[in-house]
Every structure is written in structure tokens, then in C-alpha cells.
Design a binder for this molecule. Structure first.
Ligand SMILES: [Zn+2]
Length: 322
């Protein structure tokens, strides 16, 4: 089963999260069988993105959706991972060219240096006109060197937007997507009488530095194969680590897609009657597949007619979209 483990270190301003997406990750891949499967490097990237977004959502506890997007200028145009407040996640990618079997971040998404990573926090029940918060970081480091690992890009983002030192280790194969996050805790609340700010503490906490260094020794192999308890014991056996049981009402990470016929209907409305009727004339009906879960939605001529008829003009009891 997929799991999320929270932990902290006694008397140190350091917290951690470990995520292992197992059966849920395999379900994501099973929904794209055969020809529709993403190339292996893209599958690995999406697995890392899924694990990373669950970690970020679980650390921020944001009341809404966290959307991690990487916009590329190479064969991969876009890779997306989305995680809801209850840790339901989904991922997809849009690919326009050949992805080499050994491609890393640069060869997939940053061939001409134009790749960008965006993290969007979209609040639940957002009002019309209210903008979601978005932070954007490039796919290169401070000396403009192209970054080859998603974890480095996201560490940069966490430092820039949250002013928090963060160490991320991510890995994924076709069986499991996993990640470890170590983070210096925000200096806020009762313990912060001196008015110290998060940015004043960047790179200064010795406990954080030591624990982050230990986290950095974790190999992909260990992250992908060891049970949580063994992994944490092996890495931090000299540290006063305290693991937390999952709280009541807190859900485990899981795959779920929130697409619906209603949303697809709204999307068709956005395309306009002329365009949609053209498709119906040509193909007999409109078929829209969800990019995230593979579900197919069909609209026949009657559905399309209802869609573009104002509700007031419809016979009582009929529904345009259901
Ligand atoms: Zn879907």
C-alpha cells in the first residue's frame, strides 16, 4: 500500500517526510498500456513528480490543489503532477518528440535552456477573479548550469518561495515512486520571540545541515526497495528520530482523478458550437479522453445539441449535461 511517514528529530528544528507510492503508482502506469505508455525516462520523471508533489503538499498542508508543472522546450512539452489536500494525486505528460532511453531533465525538457518549473497553489472554492498563487523556477542552477535532477530544481524553489532549507531525494521505477524530504522547520509561533525570520536562518542550522547530509547518502536503490522503518533507521540511527502515526482523518496518498462529464462539457462549450458541430459532422460524435486517467467521454449529436441550447430553451426536466 502507498504510504506517507511523518517524522521529526527531538529538540531540533528539523522535520522529515517519506513517501512510497506503490499500488497507486502501478495503477497510473497500467492506465497507459502498450502504445499509449510514456517512454521510460518520462515515466521515471512523472513518478518523481508524483512523489515530490505529495511531499510538498503534505509539508504545506495546503487547503486546495498543489500543481507541479514542468514546461519544456525539448521532446517533452509539459509534465504535470497534481495533488489534492487529501493527497489524491494524478500525473500526465505531453510529448512531441523522441525521448532517448537515457534522457535526463535537460534532454527531455531543457534542450535550449528555456525549461521552467511552476508550482501552483490553487485554493479550494476559489472565487472567480481570484488568482491562484504561482512560483516559477528555471531548470538551471545559480551559475546557469543545467540541472539534471528534479530534486535540485525543487530544493531551489523551496528555498526561494518558502525561505526553508530543504533536502529532497527522489526516485521512481515502474513499481514504485518514492521520495524523502528533510526540512528546517519555519521559525514562527511561540518559539520565535526574537522576531527572527526564516530567511535569516538559511544555511545556518547545524542540526539541519548534518541531517540533510545524511539524507544525501541515500541511494536510489535504498529509497526504492527498503521499507520506511528500515530506511529511516539505517540513515538516522544516531539521531533522536521520532516517527508519527497517521492521525485520524488524515488520508494516505492515493491515485484519483477528478475529471467529470460536466467539466468536459464546459470545455466543449469553450470551444464553441461551430467547432464542436464540425467534429460531430465529421466523426458522428465527439470523443474526449482524460489525459490523466484515460477515461473516455462521448458526446453524440443529441448531447452536443443540448450542450449549446440555453437552459431556458430546454423542455422541463431535461438536462444538457449529466
Ligand atoms: Zn480523469
Amino acid at each position: 500500500m502507498s504510504e506517507l511517514q511523518r517524522f521529526l528529530f527531538d529538540r531540533m528544528p528539523v522535520r522529515g517526510l517519506l513517501v512510497r507510492l506503490t499500488n497507486d503508482w502501478r495503477e497510473v502506469l497500467q492506465r497507459r498500456p502498450g502504445e499509449s505508455a510514456f517512454p521510460p525516462p518520462v515515466r521515471a520523471l512523472l513518478g518523481e513528480m508524483a512523489a515530490a508533489s505529495v511531499l510538498m503538499q503534505a509539508s504545506l498542508r495546503f487547503e486546495g490543489a498543489l500543481v507541479l508543472q514542468v514546461f519544456g522546450d525539448g521532446p517533452v512539452k509539459l509534465a504535470v503532477a497534481e495533488v489534492q489536500h487529501d493527497l489524491a494525486f494524478r500525473v500526465t505528460a505531453s510529448i512531441t518528440g523522441d525521448v532517448a532511453a537515457d534522457a535526463q531533465l535537460e534532454a527531455m525538457l531543457n534542450v535550449h535552456g528555456g525549461g521552467r518549473c511552476a508550482i501552483t497553489l490553487d485554493p479550494q472554492g476559489r472565487q472567480p477573479g481570484q488568482q491562484p498563487y504561482q512560483g516559477v523556477v528555471p531548470l538551471h542552477g545559480d551559475r546557469r548550469e543545467p540541472l539534471q535532477q528534479l530534486s535540485l530544481v525543487l530544493e531551489h524553489y523551496m528555498l526561494q518561495s518558502e525561505q526553508l532549507d530543504t533536502r529532497l531525494v527522489l526516485a521512481a521505477n515502474d513499481d514504485i515512486a518514492a521520495g524523502l524530504l528533510i526540512q528546517r522547520m519555519p521559525v514562527s509561533g511561540a518559539g520565535n520571540l526574537g522576531g527572527e525570520r526564516n530567511e535569516d536562518r538559511i544555511g545556518l542550522d547545524e542540526d539541519y545541515k548534518r541531517i540533510a547530509l545524511l539524507a544525501g547518502t541515500l541511494t536510489d536503490e535504498e529509497l526504492l526497495t527498503l521499507p520506511s522503518e528500515t530506511l529511516l533507521r539505517r540513515l538516522f540511527w544516531e539521531e533522536p528520530l521520532r516517527r508519527f502515526e497517521r492521525q485520524a482523518g488524515e488520508s494516505a496518498p492515493r491515485f484519483a482523478c477528478n475529471c467529470s462529464r460536466q467539466r468536459v462539457g464546459r470545455m466543449l462549450l469553450g470551444l464553441g458550437a461551430a467547432e464542436v458541430e464540425d467534429i460531430v459532422a465529421e466523426q458522428g460524435r465527439v470523443e474526449i479522453g482524460c489525459e490523466f486517467c484515460g477515461l473516455k467521454y462521448h458526446f453524440d449529436p443529441v448531447d452536443v445539441g443540448g450542450l449549446f441550447t440555453p437552459a431556458s430553451a430546454q423542455a422541463p426536466g431535461s438536462a444538457a449535461i449529466n
